[in-house]
Design a protein around this ligand. Structure first.
Ligand SMILES: [Zn+2]
Length: 248
């Protein structure tokens, strides 16, 4: 039997029967996997770790035909502040769901793993709703870029040319338009501050623009999800995002 040691972030858990837990993990070495922890849900569990989301665990596991079984675990980091606020936990769950939806099963994605852990640690430290929302937008943008749909160079979806001047967002095409190709149904151009942040997600951005950015990135991710064949699983997440970030 082959054993693995891996650093993994718990994305989601569910109970299996009376005593066991099933974990959806994002592992640095193994990608997105499902793992069973025997006895983790029992009241007299011998496990010192709690196996809950927002925990980074060092795990020893072995592989069965379609899942892994955890035989050892050591807590590395528990992002306890995420759990201490409803708003932060909901946004943390949204980050975890994005990973679960877009990370390929058993595909090693160390760079996405690093971005995911960094998003959780920033969310853990966020002290205002504005900051939490900005962390979420940043994560969505790095995710797009990891998936090969980064926005560092914005191109018009109609004529294909790079957009240097004002950029418009088309909700019919779920993409950007240059000034020449924008149509009357599109609201005014996007603010230059937002466009700059979409291209390079660093530095500050005010809350109104952050929410506008999340709305727009959710549409882009819907488009990408369709192309990657994960449209149906992203749909529910997109609806939750709309409620969570209250834009429209
Ligand atoms: Zn154009």
């Amino acid at each position: 039997m082959q054993y693995y040691w891996t650093l993994g972030s718990v994305l989601r858990t569910s109970r299996v029967g009376e005593k066991d837990k099933r974990l959806v993990l994002f592992s640095r070495e193994l990608g997105r996997i499902t793992a069973l922890v025997r006895g983790a849900a029992a009241p007299d569990t011998h496990w010192a770790t709690s196996f809950e989301p927002f925990s980074l665990l060092y795990l020893r596991l072995y592989e069965r035909s379609s899942y892994f079984v955890v035989t050892g675990a050591e807590e590395r980091v528990v992002y306890a502040r995420i759990l201490s606020s409803l708003s932060r936990s909901l946004k943390g769950m949204a980050v975890n769901q994005l990973v679960e939806c877009f990370a390929g099963p058993s595909v090693q994605e160390p760079s996405l793993f690093a971005h995911h852990v960094s998003a959780l640690s920033h969310l853990n430290l966020a002290s205002t709703t504005e900051h939490e929302d900005l962390v979420f937008l940043q994560f969505c943008l790095t995710l797009l870029s990891e998936l090969g749909f980064g926005l560092s160079g914005l191109n018009c979806v109609t004529c294909g040319s790079p957009i240097d001047g004002p950029a418009y967002f088309s909700v019919t095409d779920n993409g950007f338009h240059c000034e020449r190709c924008c149509d009357a149904s599109e609201r005014g151009p996007l603010s230059p501050e937002l466009v700059c942040f979409l291209r390079n997600p660093e530095g500050p951005l005010d809350h109104r623009r952050t929410l506008a950015g999340i709305a727009l990135v959710t549409r882009l991710l819907t488009e990408v999800a369709g192309r990657l064949g994960v449209g149906p699983s992203f749909e529910k997440l997109a609806r939750n995002t709309t409620t969570l970030f209250r834009f429209s």
